[in-house]
Design a protein around this ligand. Structure first.
Ligand code: SF4
Length: 356
């Protein structure tokens, strides 16, 4: 529940609306699940709360850490659905650790991107706003006293804009000043290109960072990598990006997974730069993270750097995201529920060639 919903709920219990603020601060700011420990609430109010409500919480079903410090959590949700999220170390010369947190908005995903293991699961179900936010709150409970999450990304399992309401509500909760999460500008929601709802999401969560997955500079290649391109082609998607109500000095991030021989040639970079002309943006390049049975290869660091340089030469800001957590399959596009995968007929997509 968001703060306004908690205030309305308190009203139903005969309490003044400011009780909603207090509850919000306890549940999200302090991560408290037990009403009896919310000591600045009257005993009578706590009793009413215990009779009428319950604060849901997640405990990791499993968690594992890679040598680079990346930790992957697997959560078991009501009804047996499983999702994963990832705590990623941020480079820091000294001082207490700072982390990024990548969370899931759906169990599985219906979008079926060819290079993504989550897409092979299909969609199991949408997550509620509470289930999305709680992944972060549960991971935060495990931090040391000086450790902090520096940013949150909605880039785990699922397409946030296909689970619009709960994703937007969770983003508002986690960027609320009393939630102790991060500010909206440090929260990024990634979409594979649901063009029709991009601006609506930006309005629903003011100031939120938006990342749009492009992965190709032409519709033919993109259509083979990202099936949603058949519904919203590059023209429609980039038009939606141009029309985004971006706050001053904010840019859209374009994500581009680099697949050897498919979309990683210098010519692809030049076409991409031409497509992005006039959009306030930066490009984040992701050398593909492998998983068994996928018909792709990861390009060499030299090829990745050559692609990046082409973009920079064309006047774009372009960075390469370092893959973290590869050995524990915690990197981008590698999250999945193994049991669900094993239970589905493994339908490997047809190999994607460079030009179809
Ligand atoms: S890349 Fe994102 S949208 Fe595409 S299948 Fe994977 S989780 Fe879904």
């Amino acid at each position: 529940m968001e703060e306004t919903e908690l205030a309305a709920f308190c009203g139903e219990l005969g309490e003044p609306p400011y009780r909603g603020r207090q509850l919000f601060a306890w549940i999200y700011g302090r991560g408290e699940c037990a009403f009896e420990r919310m000591t600045d609430l009257s005993k009578e109010f706590r009793r009413k709360l215990s009779e009428r409500a319950r604060v849901g919480f997640l405990a990791p079903a499993r968690s594992e850490e890679a040598g680079d410090g990346t930790r992957k959590y697997a959560w078991e949700l009501a009804g047996g659905a499983r999702v994963e999220s990832v705590k990623i170390p941020m480079p820091r010369a000294e001082g207490p650790a700072r982390w990024a947190f990548c969370l899931s908005t759906q169990a599985g995903c219906a979008m079926g991107c060819a290079f993504c293991l989550t897409g092979r699961m299909g969609l199991v179900r949408d997550l509620s706003a509470g289930e999305i936010a709680e992944q972060f709150l549960a991971a935060r409970r495990g931090l040391g006293p000086e450790e902090r999450f520096h940013n949150i990304v909605f880039m785990g399992m699922g397409e946030p804009l296909e689970n619009f309401g709960p994703s937007a509500a969770a983003a508002r909760i986690l960027s609320h000043p009393r939630a102790g999460g991060v500010s909206a500008r440090r929260l990024t929601v990634s979409t594979v290109g649901v063009a029709s709802r991009l601006a609506e999401f930006a309005r629903a969560v003011p100031g939120v960072g938006l990342a749009v997955s492009l992965h190709a500079a032409d519709d033919a290649t993109r259509g083979r990598l990202v099936p949603v391109n058949r519904k919203w082609g590059l023209d429609a998607l980039l038009r939606a990006c141009r029309e985004l109500p971006l706050p001053e000095r904010r840019r859209v991030t374009f994500e581009y997974v680099l697949l050897q021989g498919v979309n990683d040639a210098p010519g692809d970079a030049r076409r991409l730069a031409a497509r992005l002309r006039g959009i306030r943006c930066k490009v984040n390049l992701l050398p593909w993270n492998p998983f068994p049975g996928a018909p792709f290869e990861r390009p060499s660091p030299e090829r990745v750097e050559a692609f990046r340089r082409e973009l920079v030469r064309a006047g774009l800001t372009a960075t390469v995201r370092q893959s973290k957590g590869l050995p524990i399959r915690a990197a981008c596009g590698q999250l999945a529920d193994d049991e669900r995968l094993a239970g589905r007929a493994r339908k490997a997509p047809a190999p994607v060639s460079a030009r179809g």
